[in-house]
Design a protein around this ligand. Structure first.
Ligand code: PBG
Length: 324
């Protein structure tokens, strides 16, 4: 059959028809909202390159978490800005570290919210790299112990899920073993399995004060040109016991999201990263694009590509728009 019998426009005539045949139904139930925790009390400092996103002390984080909960967003992911940094990121393990304290504060507020933590060293090291350094190299195996300890300290503070973003080899297995050895066998791991070395992390590095002081992250994050390698990364994480895998960034890597979705029977998350957010915000402020429309189109596209979980700085706005 073909035209004039076949007319795809028949199903586009009214919103009721379009709604009926819509293939992707975006919902806040898949959103995770990223937040930046800093020391102190009553601190709330906007990130200049990310309008509406703040570096906040734990008390303020709790207040915003109430809003996030009320909007029907199921979880937040926390990034820490510690008071002190050193070569090995020691403050990331402290019982009274920024993230650990924030988790406890959110717990105390008894919110119906998943607290996910980013597990990495770059926010805690004075050199800004995601691993420890020996002879000018970011060394893998010595970093694993610290990451595993960090994940354990997050779990002890009350985190629901841990999410390693460092891209060291073997970190999922190391974290799983450490959690299990301390009776945290029920804490899931979301791994940033396919994390690319991306220019789109720029604004995040201002927000998390985590830009590397020398060199770049090419020796551990993935080359943007590779897709088969992403499948291998996911496979390795699966062998090590990962629960959910993440692709990051989202927009230039929709093919990777689709590839992972088709090939593996595991929940897939995508991180709609800081640079993707800032571009939309900047263009919208200039009235070059319609923010609501573009954001919903972007998030729909990421979900359509195969991500059922989306980490996004737009989460609160999008949740509001989806409601009204
Ligand atoms: C830490 C980390 C980064 C992001 C999440 N975790 C930055 C990086 O790898 O440099 C980026 C998130 C964003 O851009 O929104 N390793």
């Amino acid at each position: 059959m073909s035209f004039p019998i076949d007319r795809p426009r028949r199903l586009r005539r009214t919103e009721a028809l379009r709604g009926l045949v819509r293939e992707t139904r975006l919902s806040a139930a898949g959103f995770i909202y990223p937040m930046f925790v800093c020391p102190g009390n009553k601190v709330r400092k906007e990130v200049s390159s990310m309008p509406g996103i703040y570096q906040q002390s734990a008390d303020q984080i709790v207040e915003e978490c109430r809003e996030v909960e009320a909007l029907g967003i199921p979880g937040v992911i926390l990034f820490g800005l510690p008071e002190k940094k050193d070569a090995r990121g020691a403050t990331s393990l402290a019982v009274d570290g920024v993230v650990q304290k924030a988790i406890e504060a959110i717990r105390k507020a008894k919110l119906n919210l998943l607290v996910i933590t980013d597990v990495c060293l770059c926010e805690y090291t004075d050199h800004g790299h995601c691993g420890v350094i020996e002879n000018g190299e970011i060394v893998n195996d010595a970093t694993l112990e610290i990451l595993a300890e960090q994940a354990l300290s997050h779990a002890r503070a009350g985190a629901d899920v841990v999410a390693p973003s460092d891209m060291m080899d073997g970190r999922v297995g190391a974290i799983r073993a450490e959690l299990d050895a301390h009776k945290f066998e029920n804490i899931p791991i979301i791994s940033y399995a396919a994390k690319y070395c991306s220019g789109f992390y720029g604004p995040f590095r201002e927000a998390a004060e985590s830009a590397p002081k020398f060199g770049d992250r090419r020796s551990y994050q993935m080359d943007p040109a590779n897709s088969r390698e992403a499948m291998k990364e996911v496979e390795l994480d699966l062998e090590e016991g990962v629960d959910v895998i993440m692709v990051k960034p989202a927009l230039p890597y929709l093919d990777i999201i689709r590839g992972v979705r088709d090939r593996f029977d595991i929940p897939v998350a995508a991180y709609n990263v800081s640079g993707e957010f800032s571009m939309v915000k900047a263009a919208a402020q200039n009235h070059w694009i319609e923010e609501k429309r573009v954001v919903l189109e972007i998030l729909t596209g990421i979900q359509r590509a195969g991500a059922q979980i989306i980490l996004t700085y737009h989460a609160k706005d999008a949740a509001r728009w989806l409601r009204s």
